[in-house]
Design a protein around this ligand. Structure first.
Ligand code: PHE
Length: 340
């Protein structure tokens, strides 16, 4: 019994002397580990003379519980102390307002594109994306421009090191891809995307720019449908009062070919500059899909007809926001981009 009393006193004294968590844990192993002193004392019950066994057993169990409780209390106190110490050492002001997160915005080019998509979506057009790296065959030949065709001069081309592989000069080769995928079904799509031309960079021309191509193929599609579609589009984008003017033009892949102008309000102080004094502003090239192109897409020109148009959303954006330098679009100058 006196061994038990000494054990308890010694254990309590050592526990009180533990200054951190590792020493506390070491203390626990010493007394409560598999061969720990408290467990050894409990196991010793069997060897105690019968008449003392009950008292010894009770006392041993009381000590076990008392030491366990003392240990848990000391451990909790030590954890709290360590936490407080670390909070004082690295003070954290949870009331400090957070740093504002920089929010991005859509690039002005993306904003225009999305507006164009939604106007055409309302007219039942789907967006169809095609490749920016094309072959000469699809960019020119299948669009009715054999090698050495003089019309190729309209599109100065970036060539790659692979013969015949080029960066597309317009979105029109997409017409071939979409026709070959959907033939003989009717088609009503827009084909948006980046185009590339090997040109001198000036305030008015860039070596890369976006286009939105439109293609409608079906039975009995007429020039009137083209005119109606373009008019509806221009009025949604530029205002209900806008007048449309159609001039005859030439593209190898449309016949007849047209260019479309809209009237520009005389009140606009930029009107003269934008319309070169004419009051009319060109927004797109278009026409009825050439029979050769229909055939290259898999459609029989005797049964099917269609129209196509191609416009430059950068030009349109420049008009709408009085941007006088096309190089701003891909210049990544935040002072420009943040205005929209
Ligand atoms: N692809 C022509 C261009 O880049 C535009 C166009 C598209 C003209 C479709 C007619 C029909 O200039």
């Amino acid at each position: 019994m006196s061994d038990l009393a000494t054990l308890e006193q010694r254990a309590q004294a050592e526990l009180a002397a533990c200054a951190d968590e590792p020493t506390l844990r070491a203390w626990h192993t010493k007394y409560f580990g598999k061969t720990g002193e408290v467990l050894t004392a409990l196991k010793a019950i069997g060897g105690v003379p019968h008449e003392q066994r009950k008292t010894y057993g009770q006392e041993a169990n009381r000590i076990k519980e008392a030491l366990t409780a003392a240990y848990e209390k000391a451990l909790a106190a030590e954890k709290e102390r360590a936490l407080q110490a670390s909070l004082t050492a690295n003070p954290l002001d949870v009331t400090l307002p957070g740093r504002p997160v920089q929010r991005g915005r859509l690039h002005i080019a993306t904003q225009t594109m999305r507006q164009v998509y939604s106007i055409f979506a309302d007219m039942g057009f789907q967006v169809y994306r095609t490749r920016e790296v094309e072959d000469d065959h699809t960019n020119f030949e299948l669009l009715n421009m054999p090698p050495h065709h003089p019309a190729r001069d309209m599109w100065d081309t970036f060539h790659t090191t692979v013969p015949g592989v080029i960066l597309r000069t317009h979105t029109s080769p997409g017409q071939i891809h979409v026709m070959r995928e959907f033939c003989p079904n009717p088609i009503r799509v827009i084909l948006p995307g980046m185009c590339y031309r090997y040109e001198a960079i000036t305030t008015r021309s860039e070596i890369q720019f976006q286009q939105v191509e439109g293609l409608v193929i079906g039975q009995h599609v007429t020039m009137a449908d083209l005119k109606g579609t373009i008019t509806a589009f221009a009025r949604r984008l530029f205002g209900q009062e806008r007048q449309l003017r159609i001039r005859s033009s030439y593209f190898p892949f449309t016949e007849p070919s047209i260019e479309v102008d809209i009237d520009w309000p005389k009140e606009d102080p930029n009107a003269d500059r934008l319309t070169k004094g004419t009051g009319w502003l060109e927004i797109m090239g278009a026409g009825m899909v050439h029979p050769v192109v229909l055939r290259n897409g898999g459609y029989d020109p005797a049964k099917f007809s269609g129209f196509a148009f191609g416009m430059g959303p950068q030009r349109i954006t420049m008009l709408r926001h009085a941007i006088d330098d096309i190089r701003q679009f891909w210049g990544n100058d935040l002072r420009f981009l943040r205005q929209f």
